[in-house]
Structure formats: C-alpha cells, structure tokens
Design a protein around this ligand. Structure first.
Ligand code: H2P
Length: 823
C-alpha cells in the first residue's frame, strides 16, 4: 500500500526548506554553513519550521476568536514535554523532507535532534500525560490552552556515582529555547500575603478588600502545540515569576548591593524549580505560592480573554470556559475564581458558585494519601488570607446545605468531608475542595476510578453519584510510535494504511497477519534492529556490553516502593543465585534494564537505586554465569531516553501492588511497541490485558481484593521469609558484603523495609507468583513463533490507549467541547 504523505496548507518542499534553514542560519543565528555548530543548525532548522508553526498558530487563534469558541484550560503543575523538534516535524508532515534537506547540507537529522535538551517540567506519568493530552487536543482541533509554570530548572539531572544517585540542576533553556515565545503584552500582576479589610460600599453592601503585602509579575511564555497534520496549533502558556521592580534603587545607592536585589531573588524563586523540597516551612510556603501564582496568572488570562468578547456579562462564562484541574496542585483556582467573581466582579455568592461548579473538573491520579495535598491552615492564611475566608464559606454552605440534610447530626461524616481538618495543626484539604467545587471528578483507569468512588471518596459519591467518572489514560501514538519507532510505524503504514496515527484502532488490521511467518519476521527484525541500536546506547552511557540476543526486560518509571523495583531486584538476585548454584540453569539470556529517578528526599528509593547498581556491577562482571544475566541502570531517565528504550523492549515490567498504580502509561507505550506485559492486575494493565488477551501477557500476583484481604487479615512478611528459602537467602545476602566488598550491610535497608518495616507493598507475598510469571516469559520467548504472535497481538490491540480517545472522552462527558476546524 502506498504511503500517504501528511499534507497541510503551506507545506514546504525540500529545496525551500533547505533555503530557509540556510537563511535562518545566516540571518537569525548570525553564522554560516562553514562554521555553524550543530546547535546552530538545530536552531536554524527550528526557526525554519517555526515559520510554518507561527502561521498556523495565528490562523488558529484568529479562527477561535472569530468563532468565539468554548475552550478548555488545562491547569497542570507539570508538563513533561521532552524534546519538540522531531515531534513537531512529524506532526507537520515535514520530518522526511527536513531529513532530506539536512542530508544535503551534510547533517544527519537524528543527530540534530539530539542537540535539543529535554523540557523536563514534570516528574513522571502525570506530567507526561499532560503533554500527551495537549498534543491530542490540538490534533482533534479542540480549542485548548495548557497552563503551567515556566520552571527555570526542570526535574534534576541524575548522575550515578559509585552506584548512588546524585542530583544536578537541569537547565533546559540555558542557551535559549527556539520553541518558546515571550509575551510581555500579556504580563499579569499577582498579589500575595497582606490582610483583608471589610468595607461598606455606598450601597450599604459589605465588601472584602484584600490588601496584598507583595505583588509578583507573571511573564507568559508560549510553546506552540502542533496537532498532527498541523491544522490546529494551540499553545502551552507557562508563567515565569519576576519582581515588580528590578531592584531597589535607593537601597542600592546606599551601598546595599545585595539587599537591593532581595525582592528580585525572592520573586524569581517562585518559578525557579519544579517541586522544591518542602520539608521546611519555607519550602511549604514556596509550593503553595507556586500553585497560587500560576493559577492566578492563568485565571487573569482567561478573564481577560472572556471580557474581550463578553464584557462584564458573566452569564456566558460557564458556556465558554472549562477548566481541568490536573491533580490537586491547581485546586486554589477554585477559591480564586470565587474571589474574582464575588470581590472584583461583584456577583452574588450563589451566582458565582453556580459558575465555578460548572467550570471546574478534577482528575485524581493516585490514591496514595501523601498526594492529596493538605496545607497547614496558619501558613495558608499568611499567604492567602482572603482565600481562606472564601474556603470557610464554601465549607460552611457545603456542610449545612448538603451534608447535614443527608446525614443529620452525624459529626463524624462532617469531620471527614470538611475542607478543614481539625487537629493540633488545622489543615486545608485540597482534595475535598476539588471534589466539592467540581462538576466531575475522574480517575484515570477503570479500576482506579472505582476505588476513587468506593474507597477514597465514598461519601462524596453518595452525595453526587453522577459526579464520579472514569477516563482511562492514553498516550499519543505520534510521539510514542510514529516518531520513536519509525520502522515499526512504516510496517503499520504498509499493512493498514497511513491513517493509523489518528485512528489507532486501525492497527488491529495487523492481527490477521499475527500468525503469518513473513509478517512475524518483519516485525521481529524491526525489534531486533531497535535492540541493536539500544545496545550501542547502553555501551555509550554505561560502558556495559549486552547482547541483542538476550531478552530485553525493562522497568522504567519513577522509583517508588509501590512500583516495586525492589521486587524486580530480589528476583534478579534469585536468578543470579540459581545460576551460581547451577551454571547450566536453563534460561534464555536476559538483560534487565532500569531507568528511574528517586525523589531527592526519599531515602529508601535512593537505596534501591544503589542496590540495583551494586548488584549490576557484580553480576555483569561475573564470568561464571557466562553472560546469561546482565543488569543495566540507565542514568538520567527522561522522555528522550524513553524514546530509545521503549522500541527495544521485549518485556514491560508493570509490577505495582494491585490497587496502588492508578493507571500507568508506560505500560501502554511498551505494549504498543511490541512488548509483553509482565504485570499485576492493577491500573490500566487490566484494560491492556482485556484488549490484548491475558494469554498473550504474563499476569501475576494478588488482585486488588486479595491485597485488601491479606492486609485485613494481618500480613506478616516474616512468614514468607521463613517459608521460602530463596527469599531468605536473597535478603540475607543484602546483609553481607558480597555486592559491596568491604562494606557489609550497605544494602540492608531494603531487607529491613521488607521485614521489620512490614513490607507495605507486599513484595514478598507476590514474589513466588512473580517468579513463576518470569519463567513463563522465558519459555514463551524460546518459542519464537508464539512470542512473535504475542507481541504483534499486544501492539495491534492498543488502539484504545490513544490519548485522542481519552481526550474525546473528556470532551464528550466532562468538558462538553466541540472541535473547531481551522482553515
Ligand atoms: C501518576 C500515577 C500513574 C498515572 C499517571 C497519569 C501520578 O503518575 O501514579 O498511575 O498513570 O499519574 O495519570 P506517575 O506515578 O507515573 O508519576
């Protein structure tokens, strides 16, 4: 079948593109073909492409303005964008043309793309989901703006020294980023601190006036978001904080050179780093200020746009504006909108609340209690005195009008549902505020949404059964297949036609070839070539030699005990023991690959990274096991590294304790690229297994209900330690100096967490079943045909996990949003 080229208005041919690149090299970068660095070539290419992007951006904005479209505003503290060059070129249908143009200029496009630093403005799944979602919003021609923070430093860069994680600052825009546009014309000023005054107007009405103690400038930076086929270009608007004044002139002239800049430094701190350590009180205040700052800037921006079209008639506000709260981080937007409507626009409370309720909706991403943010009330009051009053009023009305009639006289329910938590330190519960102020609350996979409803917020669900819903996550197949795995993408295009990046269900067309030897060979040859490429990356990054003959078994995600990298590790140690005991132990060679960052303050997570690296050192250098087992920890896991790992994976480890991983999205990317899921029945794994068939995957472990039952009965990890000699031997090994010569006990903290610490995430309870599932993987891999069939089936059935489907669900059931075609 012929490959259909993605065409869009104003598309460039190779020669024009070449001309443009040279033009920008000279007139934008001020250099020449002879002496340009690769970075200059990259920037010149971006500038050439931006000509198209800006054209479409302007066209999109004019169309939305003219048609006065309803829009969704996606508020998120994280947008884990990664690199944009290849993605934008693909979405504009210019990737191949640019490749050819650059080739004639002596530049390899893949090398050029390596020049771009990752935009790592997020931590993991939550931030990457936001990035996939804005891609899908633009692709589906939905009017949308992403709003977030313009962090100067994104997630730290991870170095590994003697096996330990070292955090280094990341600077994604140190030498300028060609994709962002500063918009000084849309600067906002944001009040903070101060006090609230009650005044009476001439009409005798009581009014509240917030006298701010400080004002911060919010400078917007726009990143164009190019939809696939390049028709709609939306924006991601990120706010940078600056001081209202550059520095205090009088203090400077009086000799206070440092003091004069204190305010500037303080103001700029707000958008300095993603997730500052919040162990100290100052850190806590900073996080709250960050959240308020970006929400207040965004709401002012939304207001400005609304008023331009409708003046002060707020009757259409909820018709025009939808705001999605990505997790609890932007919750403060709810009382902020109330403040604007009541204090500034002088709407009465009920009218304002009716608007808010229709406008906001909230996505919950995890059941872990630490993620449902709570702010100490005394801190909150210091930073946002007026918002606290508003929250009290929201809470009073909620408890009186809704809770009391439903549960008369039940103080326990009131205490549980109240936005204010009583105790030694009173707290503001942002999760409760989100649920009370939103018309829809969604979880991110079927099982997770069910648990949100039944376990996390059962009373809220009883009050508002309609409010709680599910939208299963998805990932953009443009980045996560088309761009990162061009050979497999081509195979799909040749097999099912060129429309699959938009209609991912079309991939099912490949199912009829799943048993076909020739197709299997094509599919597996591509996998093999991707593995060969990764072999080189591994060698370059870590110095470790691995063979593409082996099974590539990959676990890539944030490091957290519930994600259970420690389970993977103790199984690796068990395999190693088996091999030492019997060098002929029957197993296909395996390379276990990890990529993971640990939160800087999460000691045990860092110890697990250390243990993986120490076990890797020993295993990789032990000739007795004849290379059957290799362990690789890839430093500085990030989006661009994921794009190299995922196409090369045979096995996708998704091994969280059932009930703890809300959805997962790496599981979708890996399956799509032809990996078997080795996973628990948790999060979206359940739906993946439903789509692909559990028989084509390796499902193991306790189910959600079984986990609950085990915990209810009283789980004792020591029972497993004494009952299973392999578990005992492996854990005892951690107390020795086998992996850390001369330094016994360096890995003991993991054993202690699993035994004395109670093994909160039931790693030992699932060990045996996990080990059996691993044997199944090994056996299946050795049956080449059965394996090929399984990975083809997995890949071809992942259509449901297109983020376009997720976004369509949000648009239909939560935002009531219609597409707007841009000419
Ligand atoms: C979180 C959840 C994932 C979920 C993702 C997006 C917070 O991401 O834990 O299960 O898929 O949000 O909804 P992560 O753990 O990957 O940082």
């Amino acid at each position: 079948m012929a490959k259909k080229k993605v065409e869009q208005p104003g598309s460039l041919d190779k020669d024009q593109l070449k001309q443009n690149i040279i033009h920008h090299l000279r007139s934008t970068l001020g250099t020449s073909e002879e002496k340009a660095s690769r970075q200059s070539w990259w920037k010149a290419t971006c500038a050439a492409v931006n000509e198209q992007v800006y054209e479409r951006l302007t066209q999109t904005q004019q169309t939305h303005l003219k048609q006065d479209t309803r829009a969704v505003h996606y508020l998120s503290a994280e947008f884990l964008m990664g690199r944009l060059t290849a993605n934008n070129l693909h979405n504009l249908g210019l990737y191949e043309t640019s490749g050819a143009a650059l080739k004639e200029l002596g530049i390899d496009i893949a090398d050029l793309c390596e020049e771009e630093p990752d935009m790592a403005l997020g931590n993991g799944g939550l931030g990457r989901l936001a990035a996939c979602f804005i891609d899908s919003l633009a692709t589906l021609n939905l009017p949308a703006i992403g709003y977030g923070l313009h962090y100067e430093h994104g997630l730290f860069r991870q170095e590994i020294r003697d096996g330990r994680q070292i955090e280094r600052p990341d600077s994604w825009r140190e030498y300028g980023n060609p994709w962002e546009i500063c918009r000084p014309e849309s600067i906002q000023e944001i009040p903070l601190y101060g006090y609230v005054e009650t005044v009476f107007g001439e009409d005798g009405k009581m009014k509240k006036v917030w006298h701010a103690g400080q004002k911060i400038k919010g400078v917007p930076w726009d990143i164009p978001v190019v939809g696939y086929e390049g028709k709609t270009v939306n924006i991601l608007r990120l706010w940078e904080s600056r001081a209202s004044e550059f520095f205090d002139w009088d203090v400077f002239n009086a000799g206070g050179y440092i003091d004069s800049q204190a305010e500037k430094a303080q103001a700029e701190t707000i958008s300095k780093v993603l997730y500052p350590n919040d162990e100290s009180e100052a850190g806590k205040i900073l996080r709250l200020v960050q959240q308020y700052f970006f929400c207040a800037c965004s709401l002012k921006d939304i207001m400005r746009r609304y008023k331009r079209a409708h003046g002060s008639d707020f009757s259409k506000f909820a018709e025009q504006i939808a705001i999605q709260l990505n997790d609890t981080h932007p919750t403060i937007a709810i009382p902020e909108l109330m403040r604007i409507l009541v204090d500034e626009e002088e709407l009465d409370w009920d009218a304002a609340w009716a608007i808010c309720y229709k406008v906001f909706s909230y996505t919950n991403h995890t059941l872990l209690p630490e993620a449902l943010e709570k702010w100490a009330l005394y801190l909150f009051e210091r930073v946002l005195p007026r918002h606290l009053e508003i929250i009290y009023e929201i809470n009073r009305r909620f408890l009186e009008d809704l809770v009391e009639p439903k549960w008369p006289g039940d103080d326990a329910v009131k205490a549980k549902l109240s936005i204010i938590e009583e105790g030694d330190v009173r707290k503001v519960r942002m999760g409760n505020l989100c649920v009370i102020g939103s018309h829809k609350v969604n979880g991110v996979a079927e099982i997770h949404s069910k648990l949100v409803k039944e376990d996390l917020f059962p009373e809220f669900a009883a009050l508002w059964p309609e409010k709680m819903c599910n939208v299963t996550n998805g990932v953009t197949p443009r980045r996560w297949l088309l761009s990162c795995n061009p050979e497999l993408a081509k195979l799909y295009t040749d097999t099912v036609g060129a429309e699959w990046p938009l209609k991912l269900d079309l991939m099912r067309g490949a199912l009829k070839h799943a048993d076909d030897a020739a197709f299997q060979k094509q599919f597996m040859d591509i996998k093999r070539a991707n593995k060969e490429k990764l072999v080189k990356v591994i060698k370059a990054e870590t110095g470790i030699d691995v063979s593409a003959e082996a099974i590539f078994d990959i676990q890539i995600k944030r490091l957290h005990e519930y994600k259970r990298q420690q389970l993977n590790l103790i199984h690796i140690m068990a395999l190693y023991r088996r091999l030492l005991a019997n060098p002929d132990y029957d197993m296909h060679p395996r390379v276990f690959i990890f990529g993971s960052k640990a939160a800087p303050g999460y000691k045990l997570a860092k110890d697990i990274i250390y243990a993986i690296n120490k076990v890797a050192e020993r295993v990789n250098n032990d000739e007795r096991i004849k290379g059957k087992l290799k362990v690789v920890f890839m430093p500085n896991y990030r989006v661009s590294l994921a794009e190299k790992l995922i196409p090369a994976a045979d096995v996708s480890q998704q091994i969280s304790t059932a009930g703890y991983e809300a959805s997962g999205t790496g599981n979708m990317k890996l399956a799509m690229n032809g990996a078997i899921t080795l996973g628990t029945l948790d999060g979206a794994n359940i739906e993946i297994a439903e789509e692909a068939g559990a028989e084509y995957n390796a499902i193991f472990g306790l189910t959600v209900d079984e986990v609950k039952a085990v915990k209810a009965k009283g789980y004792n990890p020591w029972d497993y330690y004494y009952a299973n000699p392999e578990i005992k031997a492996v854990l005892d090994w951690m107390d020795t100096d086998f992996f850390t010569p001369g330094r016994p006990g360096e890995l003991s903290s993991i054993k202690r967490a699993l035994l004395d610490g109670g093994d909160t995430y039931l790693a030992l309870a699932d060990f045996e079943s996990y080990s059996e599932a691993q044997k199944k993987v090994d056996a299946l891999y050795r049956d080449k045909q059965a394996w090929a069939k399984a990975v083809i089936v997995n890949s071809a059935t992942m259509g449901k996990f297109n983020s376009d489907r997720s976004i369509q669900d949000y648009a239909d059931y939560i935002w009531y949003l219609k597409p707007c075609s841009v000419a």
